[in-house]
Structures are given as C-alpha cells and as structure tokens.
Ligand binder design. Structure first.
Ligand code: DGL
Length: 263
C-alpha cells in the first residue's frame, strides 16, 4: 500500500516514524506543509483550503491508497469536510489518541494542543462520547510548535514556557495528559519530568500506529520494505537541517512541491 502522511511540518514525522517502525512494508509519502506552519492559529477556511489541496496532491498526483492526517488540528477541524469531499481511506489521529487516554485514565484527563484544536473542543467531545464521567481540563499551548520547529526542545527558554503552561493542571489533579499535537512528542521527556511519575503522558504516534496496523492487517506482502518519499511545500534545506537536529536523522532526498491556496 502507498500511504500519505500529512502535517503542517515536523510533527507528522513523529507519526510517520512510528508507522514505518510498525509497518515497514508499506510505501510512504510524507507531506509537510512547512511553508504555512503553524496550522494551529489559522482560520477554519484556511485549514479547509490547505486540507483540500494537500489531499488532492497526495491522492491524485502521488497515487496514495490511504492518507493519515498526522495533525490533531486538522483531525479536529477538517476531517469531516475532507470525507465530504469523497476521500476514502482517510484517517485522523485525534480519535485513537483520545481513546488511548480513556483506556488508561482513572477519571481526570488534561489536554494540551494548538489553539484551533482546543477551540474545537474535539477531545472533550470524543472523550465524553466514550465516558461522560471523565473530567477534561484543556489548555492551548501555541508557543510549542514554533519552538519545536526552531529546534528549541530541551533549551532553558522552552522549559520555562512548558512549566508555565503545565502549571494550569496543578489544581485539576489530572492522572493522564494528552499531547494533543503531533509536534509535542519531541518534548515528551521534558513534559514527563515536569508532570512527575503520577501522570501518564499519552501522545498520537503509538495509538495511531496500533490502530492502522489493525486496520490494514493482511493487506500487503509484509516481507518487503517500502520506500519513503519526503515532500515539503517550503524550504527544503531548512527542513533537512530541522529533521537532523530534532530527530538526529539525515534525510537524503527531500522534494519541493508548491501548494497555493487563495485564502
Ligand atoms: N502538528 C499539528 C497538530 O497536531 C499542527 C501544529 C501546528 O502547525 O500548529 O496539531
């Protein structure tokens, strides 16, 4: 199978790398819309326009059989719209992430995510749909994606900002914290240290890969190893440098593809 993995930028790679680890036999096309990152502060009309042209590119130009929208902001805001456009085999990351948190919580979940994800209340809705008794406390953390894109993970300024954001959960007595943005696993170690050992930290890559493995079980010859194509809409060289410093991975070939929307 040829699988598209789409995000605004580096965050989608946390999901892609987990998918490749669990299902190396598939072929992957990664699309990072780094010309327009961050998505979290964009309007709904902008997010819809970006989703439409990115999916057109992945399904029609690249010939993907399925697409994982590796972005909680889009999963919360534009997935239904994309399904209405007629795209099949289209998967978001928010529902598997929320379900995973519900499986492990004792009753009080915290969520950090982009402004657009928090404003959508999508995590609250999915969690309440499974168990209305679970308390959810959420906080928009818009500075984190730019800090991650700038490879500032682990730096003193990032830890100060993280501590300030996470302070809002002190009184809520949460036992589980959802990293509701696919960029945030890059900060997972620091977040775990700040929250302490009594709070379980849940992020998208693991539950998404498990759900996709179940979904596509038996669909392909699992003895082969598929290739991965990396495509960005902005600066290619900068993307390579970011991937090297954030994930310690040197990508040989990254291609440029121009996406233009009128919004
Ligand atoms: N990584 C994306 C998410 O999961 C988008 C972050 C952003 O571009 O603001 O929400």
């Amino acid at each position: 199978m040829k699988i598209g993995v789409y995000d605004s930028g580096l965050g989608g790679l946390t999901v892609l790398f987990q998918l490749k680890k669990v299902m190396p036999w598939h072929e992957y096309v990664f699309l990072g819309d780094n010309a327009r990152v961050p998505y979290g502060d964009k309007s709904l009309d902008q997010l819809k326009a970006y989703t439409k042209e990115s999916l057109e590119f992945l399904y029609h130009e690249k010939g993907c059989d399925a697409v994982v929208v590796a972005c909680n902001t889009l999963s919360a805001n534009t997935l239904e719209y994309a399904r209405e456009l007629g795209y099949k085999q289209l998967y978001g990351v928010l529902v598997p992430t929320a379900e995973h948190a519900v499986q492990h919580t004792k009753g009080s979940i915290g969520v950090i995510a982009t402004r657009a994800t928090i404003a959508s209340a999508a995590f609250e809705q999915v969690i309440a749909g499974i168990n209305a008794g679970i308390q959810v406390t959420s906080k928009a953390t818009p500075l984190l994606t730019p800090l991650i894109e700038e490879a500032r993970a682990g730096k003193p300024e990032t830890n100060i900002i993280l501590k300030n954001y996470l302070r809002s959960f002190k009184d809520a007595n949460i036992d589980t914290l959802i990293l509701g943005c696919t960029h945030y696993p890059v900060l997972e170690r620091d977040i775990k240290r700040i929250m302490g050992k009594h709070v379980r930290v849940v992020s998208s890559p693991h539950p998404v890969a498990v759900q996709m493995l179940e979904q596509w079980a038996g669909s392909t010859d699992t003895n082969s190893v598929g290739k991965t194509e990396y495509i960005v809409t902005g600066d290619v060289e900068r993307f390579k440098e970011q991937v090297k410093s954030v994930f310690g991975k040197g990508l040989q070939v990254v291609r440029f593809h121009k996406l233009i929307s009128k919004t």
